[in-house]
Write a protein that binds this ligand. Sequence first.
Ligand code: TXA
Ligand code: MG
Length: 333
Amino acid sequence: MKKPRLLSMIFVERKMAEIGQDLNRAAHLLREGELVAIPTETVYGLAGNALNPLGIARIFETKNRPSFDPLIMHCANLETVKRHVQGDIPRAALDLAAAFWPGPLTLLLPKAAHVPDLLTSGLPRVAVRIPRHPLTLQLLSQLDFPLAAPSANPFGYISPTRASHVEDQLGNKIPYILDGGPCEVGVESTIVGFEQGRIIVHRPGGVSIEEIERVVGPVVLQAHAGSNPQAPGMLDSHYAPRKKVYFGDMTELMNQFGTEKAAILAWQCENPGLPTPRFFALSANGNLREAASRLFEGLRHLDNSEASFILAEPVPSEGLGLAINDRLKRASA
Ligand code: TXA
Ligand code: MG
């Protein structure tokens, strides 16, 4: 029997997202409660109205993300941040904001009553940041609400650093991708909280610990993972390609696994003779900023190769290296 026409019309797939730089279109869709992928200096975000529980629920659903993992609120400026935060902002937080906003820093601050519990997964603090991307800053200033935006990847997979990465992964689920070019920093924001006079880094990221300590003095690094982490998104396994990743000393890994079926993510070493689709060096001349900006692209490149698994080596554990090693460790968990 032929399928009735109406039924086949109901089951047509949603069409692919448009990609462009039309701020008015992005703003219009967001006001209508739709999701739009937005560029930031760190990674692309999957944005919706942060004050609208329905929009927030849509983000969790589209990313397939568990709702115990709260979202970051993106604001246009400090005045807006203050509107969504309860009480006075601690001195150290203001100093960090002055030093690094707009930029790859997220602050955990007590949330104002009107901020939906769904955004913070019921936690008393809201994660806020002012991103440093001209298109997104302009978009935020056109809207009269802040944007909730997790990285625009399916939960647990590699974060997107180009509009095409978002298109590949979520293109059939959202109407519009605002194309701001490749992300400058390439790893997510550093998450900082304030507890009983202590300053705690919950996720190493685009602002290094050294830079933070230069402004506020010593901090505690508590980017621990497990089943009940402080920043719930810091699960052991995250940022992972489809292929298995082994993380450690490269010579040892090559001895153990061989290179015949391997893809290699190197810090700056020479290609040991693998075909290009199976080799990616993060920074030939050992620059950690360059390495951070190429990390997720490299993992994607190797994940799409013919290799059976990926070998990755740590970068020096200083500056942005901490965030890079953190992501590699989680990718391998
Ligand atoms: O650079 C970034 O931060 C990117 C861009 C798009 O802004 N966003 C991003 O979002 O990385 P997401 O959702 O992939 O990671 C946010 C992290 C998660 O680990 C989450 O658990 C933590 O922030 N987080 C969010 N709100 C929190 C809260 N209220 N308390 C503790 N942790 C929170
Ligand atoms: Mg993420």
